[in-house]
Design a binder for this molecule. Sequence first.
Ligand SMILES: Cc1ncc(COP(=O)(O)O)c(C=O)c1O
Length: 517
Amino acid sequence: MRHQGAAEARTGDNAAAVDIDARHELADADRNLRSGRAGKQAVSAAGPPQGAIGSPSGGSAATTGASVGAQQHRAAGPPQGAIGSPSGGSAAATAASVGAQQNASAFGYVDGELRVEAVPFAQIAARFGTPCYVYSRAALEGAFRNFDAAFADLPHLVCYAMKANSNLAVLNLLARAGSGFDIVSGGELARALAAGGDPAKIVFSGVGKTAEEMEAALAAGILCFNVESEAELGLLDTVAAKVGKVAPISFRVNPDVDPRTHPYISTGLKESKFGIAYADAPALYRRASALAHVGVHGIDCHIGSQVTDLSAYIEAAEKMFDLADRIEADGIALAHIDLGGGLGIRYRDEETIDPYEYALAVRRARGARTHRLLFEPGRFLIGHAGVLLTRVLYLKPGETRDFAIVDAAMNDLIRPALYAAWHPVDPVRPRSDPPRRWQLVGPVCESGDFLAQDRDLALVAGDLLAVRAAGAYGFVMSSNYNSRPRACEVIVDGDRVHLVRPRETLADLFARETTLR
Ligand SMILES: Cc1ncc(COP(=O)(O)O)c(C=O)c1O
C-alpha cells in the first residue's frame, strides 16, 4: 500500500491544505483507536495479496483477537493467512471468531475448510448447488463504510455504480447503508427504486439515454442526469418541457487522462465514446444554462475502471476543479462535482489505492472549494464481497496441458475470457497431495472458455473451488450462452444464508420464446 499521500500532507506547501489533512489524520487516528486499528496501514483497499484470504498456502494462521480488531476497516482481505489456513497449525479459529471478524475478512479457512462468515462453502453447495454466486453482507457493508468514512469530513455522496452488481438485495443493503446509485439505463433505474433506493441520490450516466428513460428518471425525481453529448442535452430539454419539469444536469466531461488500465475499461481518453470534450465544456455549460427545461447542477467525469494509479485520479480531479472554476466564472453556479468511480481492487498482486489516500489527494486538489463531492465506486464496494462457487466435473490430463473441467463457465464469469482477468481460486477443502498444474475450464464450446489458467492445485473430481473477487462484473455479465441457466445468488449474513436469486430453470431458458404458427 502506498502512503505518499499522507507523507506529502505533512510536508505540504499549502498551509490550509495541511491543516485540513492534519485534522483528517487526527479523525483517522481517532477512528483507528475506536476500532482497535493499528494505523492507516490497516485499511486495505479491498483486497488481499495473492493467496491471502486464509489461503491454503498461508503460513501461520494464528488468528488473534488483536489482529481481528486491527483489521476491522479492511474492505475484504487481510494479509496472508490472517484468518486461518488449513495448513496453519494453530489456525483453529472457531465459527464464533469468524463471526467476530465480519468487518475484517469474511472469507477464511476454519478447521481445514473455506467459509464465508460463519458458513462453510460446502454447506452452501449442498443446499443450493453449483455454480453459485456467494456474497458476504459483512464484506459489502465493510467496503462501503471503508470508502464512505474516508470522505467523512467532506460534503459527499457515494453513488454505487450498480452496473457492477445489481442484485436487488445488494442494492437494498447499500441503500440502507446510505448509498446512492449511479445508473446507466431505465432498467437500472427500476431496480434501484425497487430496492428502496432514494431517487434524490441517483445520478444517471450513459451515452445513449432514450426519451422514455429520461421521462422515467424525471418522474422519479433523480438527483442528476450526467449528460454525455450536445445532442442528448437537446433531447433532455425537449422531454423535460413535454412533462413540465426542469431536468437537473451535469455534463460528463472527458478530462483526457490515461487511467493506465485495460483498454476496454478506459473511458476518460479523448478517443473514448464517453463524455464531452474538455475544451468544449464552457460553451456547452453556457448553452445549457440558457435552456428553459434544464438546470445546471454539477460537473462529472469518470476516467475508467480498475484504476490503481493515484496520479491519474489526481490529474483528473485537478482538471475538473479547474474547469469548475472556469464555468463558475461565467456565472454558472455548480452544486456538486462528481469524480466518478473506478477505484481498483487487488485481484492478484496489484498495488491498489487506499480510499484514505484518495481522499487526501482529493482534499488537496479541492483546496477551499465547498462543492458537494460525488463518487461512483462499483467494483471497490462489491468485488471482494463475492465468490463464484463451482465444482470440478472432470479431470482431463492432456498431452501438453491438464484440464480441470468445472461446472461454471464463461457464461457465468466472462472476465477471464473478455479481459484476460486473473481471479484467485481456492479449494474449499484443500488436499495435502502434491499439486499439479491445471487449466480450469468450463463446459462451454469455446476455446476461450476458461476461468483460470496454470493453477497449481491438488484436485479430485467433485472438489469445490471458490473463484474469488467475483462480486463485481460477475453475475451481471452472465448470459445463457450454450443454453445454460444462469447461476443462483446467495448472501451470507453471519450464520444465515439468503437465496437472493434462484438458479434459472430449463423452462426459464425459453419461457419467452414462441415458434411460428
Ligand atoms: C460512469 C461510470 N461510473 C462508475 C463506474 C464504476 O466503475 P468501477 O466499478 O470500476 O468503480 C463506471 C464503470 O465503468 C462508469 O461507467
